[in-house]
Design a binder for this molecule. Structure first.
Ligand SMILES: Cc1cc2nc3c(=O)[nH]c(=O)nc-3n(C[C@H](O)[C@H](O)[C@H](O)COP(=O)(O)OP(=O)(O)OC[C@H]3O[C@@H](n4cnc5c(N)ncnc54)[C@H](O)[C@@H]3O)c2cc1C
Ligand SMILES: NC(=O)c1ccc[n+]([C@@H]2O[C@H](COP(=O)([O-])OP(=O)(O)OC[C@H]3O[C@@H](n4cnc5c(N)ncnc54)[C@H](OP(=O)(O)O)[C@@H]3O)[C@@H](O)[C@H]2O)c1
Length: 414
C-alpha cells in the first residue's frame, strides 16, 4: 500500500462558488469508523471548548461493522476492550448504555483470544451512538465534498453534502482530520487476447461466508481464483474451502501466490515481529495447517485447492496468470487496500506517517491543521530489528493518536 504517496484531489468547479453559511467549530472529523471514533474521543478530551463537527456517510462504525462482521479478528479481544476504554468520552458512552451491551459482551470473552469482528463492530456502534449524543458533538450524515485552507486565518473550511437531501452546509475550523478509510484494491490482471477472463468476485463478498454461499452456484463445477497471500486472501481461501466441504462440493480454488511459504506474526518477549504484515489468529492457524509449503499437497484443503506458482518476478507472474486465469470462472483480488477518495482540495497533499500531518505536494510546506489517521493514514513504525511497517488496527490507531493529538492541538491553539 502506498501510504505516503501524493494524493490528488483538486477542487471541483461548482463548489468553490457556492455561498452556504459558514459556522466556526473547534475541529472537524471526517469519517466514523474505528479511527474517526478514536480521533473524536481524543479531541473531545484535549480541546476543552467549542463544538466538534463529525461527518460520516452512515455512522455505523465504518467498514468493520458494515462489511466485516463475519470476519474473524486478527487481534485479541483485550485490545478491542483497551480501545473502548481509552478515552473519557468513550467511558461516558459505555456508562450511559444499558447492560448487557457490546462492551460487556467483549468483557465476557477470553481476553487473550481473537473473536468474530461482529463483537468489535457492535462496540464501535455503541461508541458511535454515544458520541453523537455528546453535547459538544455536531453530527452530519453525509460526505465532506471539499476542503479549503485559508492561509491568512490558518483555518479550514469544509463543504458537507447531506446524504438524503443533497443540501450543502459549511463549517470552518483550525483542525480537520481525515479518517476516510480504504477499500479493496483492484488491479488489471493479465489476460490473453483469445481466452475469456474470469468475472471479478468482490473481496468484501468473499470475506462474508453467508454472501459468498449465495453468490456461487452449488450445482455446477465452478473454479474461483484467489490472488494474494495475506490475511484477506487466506480467509477467502478458508471460506471457499469450507463451502466446498459443505454445500458446494464441485467448487475448486486456484490460489495465485508469489511464494509457497507464508509470513506469520512471531510473538517475542514484549513485542511482535511482523506485527502488521504477518498472519495471525484463525487465518494463521488455517494457513499453517492446510496451505503452507508442502502441507497443501497432503491436507484436506489440498484436495480442492491448486496453488499457481507466481514466484520469480513480474514476467513469470504475468505468464502464470495469463495461462491459469482463463481456467477460472471468478477471480478474487485480495491484493491490499487503497485509500478512498478524499474531499476535493486546491492542492495535492502528501501524508507524513510520523506526525499524522500533511504537506503541500508542490511547495513541500506543511499544511497546518490538516491531519489523517486510520487505515488510509497509518503511522509508520520500526520494530526492534529494523523492519518498517504501517500500523493498522484499532489499538494501534489509538496509541498513535494518544502520541500525536496533543501536538496537533498545541500547534493549532491560538
Ligand atoms: C477485512 C479487514 C479486517 C480487519 N480486522 C481487524 C482486526 O481484527 N483488528 C483490528 O484492530 N483491525 C482490523 N482491521 C484494520 C482496521 O481496524 C480496519 O480497516 C478499520 O475499518 C479502519 O478504520 P478506519 O476508520 O480507518 O476506516 P473505515 O472503517 O473504512 O471508516 C472510514 C469511514 O469514513 C467515511 N468517509 C469516507 N470519506 C468520507 C467523506 N468524504 N465524508 C464523510 N465520511 C467519509 C466512510 O463512509 C467510512 O464510514 C481490519 C481491516 C480489514 C480490511
Ligand atoms: N481480521 C483479519 O484477519 C483481517 C482480514 C483481512 C484484512 N485484515 C487487515 O486489513 C489490512 C489489509 O490486509 P490484506 O490482507 O487485505 O492486504 P495486505 O496485507 O496489504 O496484503 C496484500 C497481499 O497481496 C499481495 N499482492 C499485492 N499485489 C499483488 C499482485 N498484483 N499479485 C499477487 N499478489 C499481490 C501481497 O503480496 P506481497 O507482499 O508480495 O506484495 C500481499 O500478500 C491489514 O491491516 C490486515 O491486518 C485483517
Amino acid at each position: 500500500m502506498g501510504f505516503n504517496d501524493v494524493s490528488r484531489h483538486r477542487a471541483v468547479a461548482g463548489f468553490a462558488t457556492s455561498h452556504a453559511p459558514r459556522q466556526q467549530v473547534s475541529a472537524i472529523v471526517v469519517g466514523g469508523g474505528a479511527s474517526g471514533i478514536a480521533v473524536l474521543g481524543n479531541l473531545l478530551e484535549k480541546i476543552e471548548h467549542g463544538k466538534i463537527s463529525w461527518i460520516d456517510t452512515e455512522f455505523k462504525g465504518g467498514r468493520i461493522n458494515r462489511k466485516y462482521r463475519e470476519v474473524p479478528s486478527n487481534t485479541k479481544v483485550g485490545l478491542f476492550l483497551a480501545y473502548a476504554q481509552a478515552t473519557q468520552p468513550f467511558l461516558d458512552a459505555i456508562e450511559q448504555t444499558p447492560k448487557p451491551n457490546a462492551v460487556t459482551a467483549l468483557e465476557d470473552l477470553p481476553q487473550d483470544s481473537t473473536c468474530s469482528l461482529h463483537y468489535a463492530g457492535d462496540m464501535l456502534q455503541l461508541l458511535s451512538d454515544g458520541l453523537v449524543k455528546h453535547g459538544r458533538v455536531e453530527r452530519f450524515e453525509g460526505k465532506v465534498a471539499e476542503a479549503n485552507h485559508n492561509e491568512e486565518t490558518s483555518e479550514w473550511s469544509v463543504k458537507i453534502q447531506n446524504s438524503s437531501s443533497g443540501s450543502t452546509e459549511s463549517r470552518t475550523a483550525p483542525i480537520v482530520v481525515y479518517c476516510t478509510g480504504s477499500s479493496p484494491t483492484t488491479v488489471q490482471l493479465p489476460t490473453s487476447s483469445t481466452a475469456s477472463s474470469p468475472a471479478l468476485l468482490d473481496l468484501d463478498t468473499a470475506l462474508k461466508p453467508t454472501a459468498l454461499a449465495q453468490e456461487i452456484v452449488s450445482d455446477k463445477e465452478i473454479t474461483v481464483g484467489v490472488v494474494g497471500a495475506s490475511h484477506s486472501a487466506i480467509l477467502v481461501i478458508m471460506n471457499l474451502f469450507k463451502l466446498a466441504q459443505k454445500t458446494h462440493p464441485r467448487l475448486r480454488i486456484r490460489w495465485f501466490a508469489r511464494s509457497p511459504s507464508l509470513k506469520y506474526a512471531v510473538y517475542k518477549d514484549g513485542w511482535i515481529l511482523y506485527d502488521n504484515t504477518g498472519l495471525k489468529g484463525e487465518a494463521a492457524r488455517f494457513a499453517r495447517e492446510q496451505l503452507d509449503g508442502e502441507n497443501l499437497a497432503s491436507s484436506e484443503a489440498g484436495k480442492v485447492i491448486t496453488r499457481v506458482d507466481c514466484s520469480g518476478g513480474a514476467q513469470k507472474e504475468r505468464e502464470a496468470m495469463t495461462r491459469e486465469l482463463p481456467n477460472c470462472d471468478y477471480v478474487v483480488q485480495a491484493v491490499g487496500f487503497t485509500r478512498d477518495e478524499l474531499p476535493a482540495m486546491s492542492q495535492d497533499i502528501v501524508f507524513n506517517p510520523e506526525t499524522g500531518g500533511f504537506s503541500d505536494a508542490q511547495t513541500g510546506k506543511d499544511l497546518p491543521g490538516l491531519f489523517g489517521a486510520g487505515i488510509a493514514f497509518p503511522e509508520k513504525v520500526v520494530d526492534p530489528v529494523g523492519n518498517v511497517e504501517y500500523a493498522v488496527g484499532f489499538f494501534k490507531f489509538m496509541k498513535f493518536l494518544k502520541k500525536v493529538i496533543p501536538n496537533w492541538v498545541a500547534k493549532t491553539d491560538k
